[in-house]
Structure formats: structure tokens, C-alpha cells
Write a new protein. Sequence first.
Length: 263
Amino acid sequence: MNRQRKKILMVLAATLLVGPGAVLGGQAPAACPAGQLALSVDDGQGRFNGMSQSGMVLTVTHRGDAACTLPARPELGFEDSRHQALAVSMRAPGQAPAGPVLAPLALPAGAVASSEVRWVSGDVYDDGLCIAPAYVVLRAGAGSVRAPFEGRLCGPRGQGPSYRATVFSVSAIRSPAPGVLCDAYLCADDKGVSRELTEMHLGGQAATALFSQGGFDRTAFTFASGVFCDTKERLCRENRYYGADGKRSGAVSQPYTRLLFGQ
């Protein structure tokens, strides 16, 4: 294998391993302080449930002013109602308990990242052990951030329950301040598209370009990623399309609804 071909293969391997948002070289940002992160979970409208399996969408929002890093795959803990740690291990998808080493994920200020987490919820083992944690805990830097948890995790008694988590995916939509969502073209709050917020977070040029388009309905808007939000309905959906019944057919996006409307 010649030197040039070997170099190309090494670059391709690195790209496939770390994915977008990862820190490949140079000076990496510091680890995210737990106090600058907001954590939430939702059940994905039940899409993980079935065949003794359950899961959740775990969403973390970076509230700091500068970029920071998180482990590319969320490192989670589970606690009881007294915040005592429970024995739950992580299993990388399709791997033994220790998965491949991934480069840290760089989170820009206001970034929103999510991961899908799955586990066995049914007592399907001959000698099984099930637990019902009250909190899920995301480890960040030297600290941690937690959110209420509802569910049951099961596993063999000798090993205990375990979970699988996908690597974090960073959204094109960010939340630079509580109750505000932005993409590359607009910013909005629970009242609708805002010129003031667009100028504040994206700059005067972006605000001028947006509002030079003439009159438009500021209370119902679609982000560049396709996520649609309606301030009258107080919901965000995965898309803006209608069904045969004339009603919006897009699935409700619980993370963005929560970020924009606080519900």
C-alpha cells in the first residue's frame, strides 16, 4: 500500500469513527461545566416500547457562552429518590460493555444535542433484577446534571441492568437563551419569530434579510431543518404537513416544544 493511499484510508477511518461535531485536533474546548447544561428526557411518544424494551430521548442544552466538550456517547448514572447511585452499566450498541473510543463532542454555545437510550424493561430473565430509578444523571466534566426518570430497568441478577445509548447528535436548531430557538436564519420565542432576537443572536444582516421578505405569519414558522412550531397551538412538530383529515400530521417534537414553550 503506497503512502498516499494509506493516508486517505486513515482520514476516512477517523471521519467514520468520530462523526460530526467531534474534536479531531488542535486545542479542544474545556469540558462542559454541569452548571451550564440543561437536561431533559422524553419517551419519544412510545416508539421505544415493545417486546420488553423501553427507551427515551435524552436532550442536553448548552447554556454557556463558549464552546465546551462532552463525551460523544452520554455517560449516564441512575439514582433512587434519595439520590443514591444505582448499579446500572452502559453497553455500546452491538458491542461488549466497553465500546470504541470516541473523540469528545464539541458543543457550541446554545447547542442542543440528543441521544436515544434503550434498555430492557421486562423481567425476562430466569434470575432477574429490576430497578425503578427516580433520576437519570448525565456526567459532565467534574460534575453532573440530572432529570426526573420514570421507568424500569431489568437485567440478569449477576450483572444487573444495563442501557445502550447512541452517540450525541447535534441539532441545527440551537437555544441561545431559555425560551428561545434559532437556526441559521431566524430566532423565535413563545410569541413567534422575533426581529429583536434574530438581530441579537444572528446579527443585523440576518434580521434585515429575514424581515425584508415582506409580511408573513410570525406565529407559525418552519426552521431550516423542517421542524415546525405554532405559537397558537403551543407545539413544535417534526414537519409542517397536513394529513388527509386537514389537520397537522407531523409528530409532536417534545424536546423543541419544551425548549420553546416550557411544557
